[in-house]
Design a protein around this ligand. Structure first.
Ligand code: AMP
Length: 281
């Protein structure tokens, strides 16, 4: 595995690989890798000649009171996980390498940001779209792998690829979970011991909703109420949102039908967790 910190250098190497007809699979992460990231890398390994992993905690996608400074970082551990997952090129730029002193262009996402994390984290998806635009131009991937853990991000990047004509195929990858159902996340390390035990109830609440839909419930408000009740009864977490939309359009529904997403965010003492399920009715 080769490690790059210069955008120009990795771009030149990849341009050379592409001139030799090598296909490029790309996984963007903020590091502190876990099995969720590894699943993305495994898919990329299976389907491409070369696998590129970026690790970059992107300041542009963090709000002023969010956890940019404290976000977990461990490059040595990430490097060894990346080698095991068969990564060819690890791109690990500094903030200065990505943005210099004062970037003159940023991407502004127009649709699908007025709900879920987009509403709760103003500017977050502009930061994501800006950094992914840069990474796509640096890495020149044929396929880019994104986890459904961040389902709104998948929908927005799909829009970015369409609207900006990137010759990139977006490959969504299912959520990888701990044995008790908690979605794997770099932020899970911030959960206190008792919070970690309760955190499995987020997925349990989504499964309860799925069962209710399976037995005929079609009222989104009732589904939301069911989930909120479960989380409030079983955890000390503070609900940030529980919302139901069409997926991937993220439009509101009066009656559940077609492909839908049920998504939630819950704040614990030092970690805000998100989870979702998508269903076709
Ligand atoms: P992050 O490092 O949290 O920005 O995540 C990088 C990529 O890994 C994103 O596409 C995430 O959706 C994906 N990812 C994170 N956690 C999981 C998970 N538990 N299962 C599947 N993909 C995940």
């Amino acid at each position: 595995m080769k490690i790059f910190t210069s955008a120009k250098e990795i771009q030149q190497v990849i341009l050379h690989d592409k001139s030799n007809k090598k296909s490029i699979g790309y996984v963007a992460t903020m590091g502190y890798l876990h099995e969720g990231h590894v699943a993305l890398l495994e898919n990329a390994r299976r389907e491409n000649d070369l696998v590129v992993l970026s690790i970059f905690v992107n300041p542009l996608q963090f709000g002023p009171n969010e956890d940019f400074e404290t976000y977990p970082r461990d490059l040595a551990r990430d490097e060894s996980l990346a080698v095991d997952a068969g990564v060819d090129y690890l791109f690990y730029p500094t903030v200065y390498e990505m943005y210099g002193d004062d970037p003159s262009v940023k991407v502004n996402v127009q649709n699908r940001t007025d709900c879920l994390c987009g509403r709760k984290r103003p500017g977050h998806f502009d930061g994501v779209a800006t950094v992914i635009t840069k990474f796509f131009n640096i890495v020149l991937p044929d396929k880019a792998y994104f986890g459904m853990k961040d389902a709104q991000q998948v929908a927005i990047i799909d829009g970015l690829i369409q609207d900006f004509n990137f010759p990139v195929e977006l490959v969504p990858v299912d959520i990888i979970r701990e044995e008790d159902g908690l979605a794997k996340s770099s932020r899970n390390v911030f959960l206190l011991e008792d919070e970690r035990l309760e955190a499995k109830e987020l997925y349990q609440s989504l499964l309860k909703a799925k069962t209710a839909i399976g037995t005929g419930e079609r009222n989104p408000q009732k589904i939301i109420a069911l989930i909120k009740e479960h989380i409030q009864a079983e955890t000390k977490g503070i609900i940030d949102y529980v919302e139901v939309y069409q997926y991937p359009d993220l439009k509101l529904l009066d009656v559940l039908s077609g492909k839908i997403i049920i998504a939630l965010a819950v704040k614990f003492k030092h970690a805000r967790l998100i989870d979702n399920i998508t269903l076709t009715i």
